[in-house]
Design a protein around this ligand. Structure first.
Ligand SMILES: [Zn+2]
Length: 555
């Protein structure tokens, strides 16, 4: 005879079992029978085997995950990582083997495009997003694509929006590979700069006069006698202003500029379907929108990794050059330790690495010049710092190519931010669910990681839900509306997904404040005065989870 095959449960019987007051769920299996040459079906009732929560994996269905949660008594807060170490795709970089000194200054991967077509080749995307390549410079990309960078020149910017806001950083000009402490006696890591505000027109004036002054100085020094050149010019500290974080998000104000950037290959564009930042559902200024930088020589962007370890795209508009330093993500913890040693916060502080410290710790540093028209691709997690060599403008934004390496690093930083009580600018749980709903994934590693994150998310929600219900706390369903943002805890800045702990603050107008469970309980252990809102039906999340499957490459 043929082997028995199981079919889907029969609903009427299940309903009957429930109506009879049975609390246990029955799984009804139809068993195909062979009798006298004809196929018949027998109904067999099998008591459901519940899988223990610790045995649940992404191979299980949402129903099995939920059932396992319900069958587990979790005392206190359930807290598990959204990542599974076994799924890690990080490259193996051996830090035990000492790197010879000359290899601590590796050449930066630089790509020269033969034709416009090469920019759109999948090979370029593959190269830029390869976990081994911390940074890629695409030389003369603007020229190859005939981008009109003139639209971002200081003259054009003044003509377009002269009153637009510019954040100013006041800094001390110094050689790119030096960072002196305030006494000027030793090199150090912290590099604080004071912040103020101005307009594009006013900064443009400063930028132009700074250039004129330097021409004047050059002329004067040429006129001086050779012997008098020894005067200690280097000792005089020059204060400079760096125009930063200029917001180019408004599509009406910056239409020609933003339109020009649509000429870029899809994976570099501000918006594209395979970019996680295009699935946030709202604007994250400077990440999924363009920012502009206006510089004079010495303008410094201190060391950092991008928000949530996302990739970044940076084009030098010119006319001057920029000098870049970059270190592979692999070494970020070593750099973090240097910051701690020097009393500057790695995530939120301003620091400029002392190169000798990095070399003596066996950390390779990429160092290169970005000329006008060059595009710098900062891969996921790369630590980098930049200084202007000449007078120039730059434009930059972030992208999150949907690959396993980017996704892993983004989630890792999401969890590290929570430890350090720093806000994750990218709400990764919200984004993961959006991606699962809208994108077909054909890469196995990426699929497994996202699926695991969704599973962990469901577990957290279901266990918390059951605990609240068991304690007699009412949960109010309130569906999300269009363009509703992701939520963060008002106190600790952690992303709050699905179950929101809401209080209304007293005041003339009623304002509602979202908290995470911990912060809500810190205020009121019994959650008195706290409304628990649920933004998704659990069935809705279960459906999304079950429908999120690996799509084969060929279909
Ligand atoms: Zn909180």
């Amino acid at each position: 005879g043929k082997p028995p095959s199981s079919l889907a449960p029969v609903d009427p019987l299940k309903l009957k079992a429930l109506s009879m007051g049975l609390s246990k769920e029955l799984k009804i299996i139809l068993i195909k029978m062979q009798s006298a040459g004809r196929q018949t079906f027998n109904i067999s009732e099998v008591e459901e085997q519940r899988i223990p929560l610790c045995k649940i994996s992404i191979k299980n269905t949402a129903t099995e995950v939920i059932r396992a949660c319900k069958g587990t008594r979790v005392k206190g807060k359930f807290k598990e990582s959204f990542l599974l170490p076994a799924f890690s795709v990080k490259p193996n970089i051996d830090i035990e083997i000492p790197i010879p000194r000359e290899k601590l200054n590796p050449p930066t991967p630089s790509i020269y495009l033969e034709s416009k077509r090469d920019a759109f080749s999948p090979v370029l995307l593959q190269f830029c997003t390869d976990p081994k390549n911390a940074v890629t410079v695409i030389r003369g990309l603007a020229g190859s694509l005939r981008l009109n960078l003139g639209l971002f020149s200081t003259k054009s910017l003044v003509e377009a929006n002269s009153d637009h806001a510019v954040e100013v950083r006041t800094q001390v000009q110094q050689p790119a590979d030096e960072n002196w402490d305030s006494s000027g006696s030793t090199q150090t890591w912290p590099c604080e700069s004071s912040r103020s505000h101005t307009t594009i027109a006013k900064y443009a004036q400063y930028q132009a006069s700074s250039f004129q002054e330097s021409l004047q100085e050059e002329k004067e020094s040429e006129n001086e006698e050779e012997g008098e050149q020894t005067s200690d010019q280097s000792a005089a500290t020059k204060i400079i202003k760096f125009g930063t974080n200029i917001d180019l998000s408004d599509p009406k104000r910056w239409k020609p500029q933003l339109q020009e950037l649509l000429k870029l290959p899809a994976f570099m564009r501000v918006e594209s379907s395979n970019n996680m930042l295009s699935h946030v559902g709202h604007t994250i200024l400077g990440m999924n929108t363009v920012q502009l930088y206006m510089k004079v020589p010495g303008s410094r962007t201190p060391g950092h990794q991008e928000n949530n370890n996302f990739c970044s795209v940076n084009i030098n508009i010119g006319p001057g050059d920029c000098e870049w330093f970059a270190v592979h993500e692999h070494y970020w913890e070593a750099i973090n330790k240097f910051c701690e040693k020097h009393g500057v916060d790695y995530l939120t502080g301003s620091w400029w690495p002392v190169l000798e410290d990095l070399y003596s710790s066996n950390i390779p540093v990429y160092r290169f010049i970005q000329r006008p028209g060059d595009l710098v691709w900062i891969n996921a997690g790369t630590v980098h710092w930049v200084q202007a060599v000449g007078w120039c403008n730059n434009i930059a934004w972030n992208v999150g190519p949907l690959n396993s390496y980017q996704y892993q690093l983004a989630l890792e930083r999401f969890e590290w931010n929570e430890v350090k009580k720093v806000k994750s600018i990218v709400p990764m749980i919200h984004v993961s669910w959006n991606v699962a709903r809208t994108i077909k994934i054909n890469d196995q590693d990426t699929f497994k990681m996202i699926k695991h994150c969704l599973m962990q998310s469901i577990k957290h929600i279901q266990i918390l839900r059951d605990q609240l219900v068991a304690a007699g706390k009412k949960i109010c369903y309130q569906s999300r509306v269009k363009d509703e943002p992701a939520y963060y805890c008002n106190e600790c800045d952690v992303e709050v997904f699905d179950l929101l702990f809401v209080t209304s603050e007293n005041g003339s107008k009623k304002t509602y404040v979202v908290h995470c469970e911990d912060c809500a309980r810190a205020k009121s252990p019994s959650l008195a005065g706290v409304v628990v809102l649920e933004q998704y039906r659990i069935e809705e999340l279960m459906r999304t989870y079950d429908s999120f499957v690996l799509v084969s490459n060929t279909s």
